[in-house]
Design a protein around this ligand. Structure first.
Ligand code: A5P
Length: 224
């Protein structure tokens, strides 16, 4: 089985009746949304919020009840993917451009379960360019300040057009090489006026589920 699907289906086992669920974004979460929908159709009673228009649309199509944020106070469990995970379980996220909504939802969740295939595990974060979401106003000036932190930057495009996030912002992909001080870089980036947030998720994960090519799945942390 696809290692992403393996990890996703394992994580969905932690969902119980009555829970409010956060749905992440990406090709790994795709499998989780499908499995959740299957359980909902078999009688599981949950409500959900989504981290992107894409995930919300998929969830609705498959029959998962999506509720407005005004209806919830806290999210019981969020399942999301990642682009890189280091040995301390710090993450780079935002390859799909949904980092801001993902961080808001993760930080309001009692449990944050990250699902990946084995290729996402790294010794040091930073090989994957760090996505940074910035407001379009004076973007060049904000990008100069980001560059001064020691990276090469690229304004994300999609199909030849500037990529615009679900929040109407730009995503700047920042090649740092190796990120040695994750928490410090997170703070420095988010202190730049114009930066909305960045894809570093520092010490937020409660459980990591990794799917392997050999068909095994490994879980670390508290998933229940
Ligand atoms: C979306 O913005 C991202 O944070 C995704 O969670 C991340 O890119 C992982 O995506 P895949 O599961 O598609 O690799």
């Amino acid at each position: 089985m696809d290692p992403k699907k393996l990890a996703a289906e394992k994580a969905v086992e932690f969902i119980k009746d009555g829970m409010t669920i956060g749905l992440g974004t990406g090709s790994t979460v795709y499998w989780a949304i499908h499995r959740i929908a299957q359980r909902v159709n078999e009688g599981l009673t949950i409500r959900a919020v989504a981290t992107s228009s894409n995930s919300e649309q998929l969830a609705r199509q498959l029959g998962i009840p999506i509720v407005p944020f005004s209806d919830i106070e806290q999210i019981d469990l969020t399942i999301d993917g990642a682009d890189e995970v280091d040995p301390k379980f710090d993450l780079i996220k935002g390859g799909g451009g949904a980092l801001l909504r993902e961080k808001i939802i993760a930080s309001n969740s009692k449990q944050f379960i990250v699902i990946i295939d084995e290729s996402k595990q790294v010794d040091q974060l930073g090989h994957f360019p760090l996505p940074v979401e910035i407001v379009p106003f004076a973007a060049e000036l904000t990008i100069n300040k980001i560059r001064a932190l020691g990276c090469n930057t690229q304004i994300r495009t999609q199909d030849g057009e500037t990529y615009i996030s679900d929040n109407g912002n730009l995503i700047i992909d920042c090649a740092f090489g190796e990120i040695l001080q994750t928490a410090l870089l997170n703070t420095k980036l988010n202190s730049i006026p114009g930066v909305v947030d960045n894809g570093l998720f520092v010490q937020m994960v409660s459980c990591l589920v990794v799917g392997y090519k050999d068909g095994t799945v490994k879980m670390t942390g508290t998933g229940s």
